[in-house]
Design a protein around this ligand. Structure first.
Ligand SMILES: [Zn+2]
Length: 386
């Protein structure tokens, strides 16, 4: 058993200078015990530090020089290792619009690593997020145009089978022909449908909600914007409670004021923070490839030469700090935005995303002022120590 002493962030509030225990099975035992800090070698003295549920990132493409589209186990593990250093304890391996063969390879690699379990220094793989290929060409952002296509139920059925049910999310444009069938197929198989890279009107988006869409991919980015007489995809996503909005809180994709406005519109339960990080994350600023196109990483942004944003180099620790600054939310609200809500979207509430007895010992410990990650634990094991 391991005892962690610090400021424990629970769904009900922060328990200052308190302790939680992690059992030998890697689960959280007691929370908020006053058990005095002991010098047992397994124990973590994090007094003065924030002890939070590990971050969960539903939308991440890469990091540390690797991308899930590389389609190898080593690439998957390298991304998982990289983001663990920034407090992520679980993620969805996110694909890019590509050929069926390239997508097959990415699915196979992520599936194999997920089924084998996370290794030393790695976050968990909670599943796969297919971003595309059934998107709107005019709203494709950094997704390669040549592989964009209409929703294809046979192809999605093939991928679900190949993935052995590890596909957990798909981003698609609901206005495309065949979208209803694909959305219903996804839902029947436990796959969250997220509207994104879409030119859907508000009415088309609401129709998709009726078919089973429950999420919006990086709200505002790569979707039909808000107009007071045509509320667009954005208007429907902000107003419909069924939709949970992904937010990229890097201060670039969305003005801080828009982050604040989105939190006000959706409430804390209606948002999940994501990174949309690419392989240049936690790497030197230089040029990288994304879907065969050159991405320039400089000044903390990733963009094509024409200025189109191409993912981000954001990490979850900074998203957590930024949302507190941008929207003025409490620490426990920021914990839901960065962990609890994503766990709920994955159907893993109670097991992940919160520090409660019986949940997995997936924990991040942050410096209270700098916000830097000092420890990351997955299943009670330290996977990163600053
Ligand atoms: Zn995207």
């Amino acid at each position: 058993m391991r005892t962690i002493t610090g400021d424990i962030v629970t769904p009900g509030g922060v328990l200052s200078n308190s302790a939680l225990t992690v059992t030998d099975d890697g689960e959280i035992g007691e929370v908020g015990s006053t058990r005095p800090f002991s010098s047992h070698s397994e124990d973590i003295d994090a007094r003065g530090f924030l002890v939070l549920p590990g971050f969960i990132d539903l939308h991440v493409h890469g990091g540390g020089g690797a991308d899930f589209m590389h389609g190898t186990a080593e690439a998957v593990r390298q991304v998982a290792r990289t983001h663990a250093r920034f407090g992520t304890t679980g993620l969805l391996a996110t694909t890019l619009t590509a050929s069926q063969e390239a997508t097959d390879r990415a699915i196979t690699a992520a599936r194999d690593v997920q089924l084998a379990g996370s290794g030393e220094g790695e976050s968990r793989i909670f599943g796969i997020h297919l971003e595309g290929p059934y998107i709107c060409p005019a709203r494709r952002g950094a997704q390669p145009a040549q592989w964009v296509r209409d929703p294809d139920p046979a192809e999605l059925a093939h991928w679900i089978q190949l993935s052995e049910d590890t596909i957990k999310q798909i981003t698609l444009a609901p206005e495309r022909g065949g979208a209803e069938e694909v959305i219903r197929l996804a839902r029947r198989n436990g796959v969250t449908v997220s509207v994104g890279h879409t030119d859907a009107t508000a009415a088309q988006t609401e129709k998709a909600v009726g078919w089973g869409a429950t999420q919006a991919t990086h709200v505002f980015n790569a979707m039909r914007g808000l107009h007071h007489r045509e509320p667009g995809t954005v208007g429907a996503c902000l107003s419909r409670p069924e939709i949970v909005c992904e937010v990229i809180a890097d201060g670039v994709h969305l003005d801080p004021l828009i982050v604040r406005m989105t939190v006000a519109a959706k409430g804390v339960a209606g948002i999940v923070l994501i990174t949309d990080a690419i392989e240049g994350t936690a790497m030197p600023e230089r040029e990288y490839l994304l879907g065969g196109q050159t991405v320039i990483v400089q000044n903390g942004t990733a963009a094509f030469a024409d200025g189109t944003l191409a993912g981000s180099v954001l990490t979850m620790d900074r998203a957590f700090a930024n949302v507190r600054r941008f929207a003025g939310v409490s620490i426990e609200a920021a914990a839901r935005l960065s962990s609890g809500n994503a766990a709920r979207q994955l159907g893993l509430s109670g097991k992940f995303g919160e520090l409660t007895a019986g949940a997995a010992g997936d924990i991040v410990i942050l410096h209270p002022e700098s916000g830097e990650v000092y420890w990351t634990l997955v299943g009670g094991r330290v996977v990163y120590r600053r």
